[in-house]
Design a binder for this molecule. Sequence first.
Ligand code: C2G
Length: 130
Amino acid sequence: SRTVVTFGTFDVFHVGHLRVLERAAELGDRLVVGVSADALNERKKGRVPVFSQRERLAIVAALRVVDEVFVEESLEAKRDYLVEHGADVLVMGDDWAGKFDEFSDVCEVVYLTRTPAISTTAIIEHIAEM
Ligand code: C2G
């Protein structure tokens, strides 16, 4: 069986998140999702997520296409996470195109086209302006 692994924050979960997970699931038999820790987001984006990692993990874990979730504590541990979870494929949105090619010795690396015109930042701005 083929295991697909992907990573993300999935804050203020939206249809772009759903589509990338649905398409990732189609590339294998089992989808494992690393949901980035609150602390990692603060470091990475300088912003605390709207939803806590507990909440974000609960939402992603409840999706029909997702088989397993874990907390992504560090960007540097990606290789270890891939090996630990038996990844045959690493899937990321194409905002990360080329960034994870170094892992192609461990598994296949696939970048999927992002869903246009939707993002957590745009949603936050939209609501703030209401
Ligand atoms: N995504 C998408 N279409 C959108 C928005 C997001 O396909 N309109 C995809 C992203 O490309 C990514 C996934 O949804 O594959 C999760 O997006 P984010 O929550 O923004 O994830 P990010 O903060 O980029 O975290 O180790 C890598 C990081 O943890 C990735």
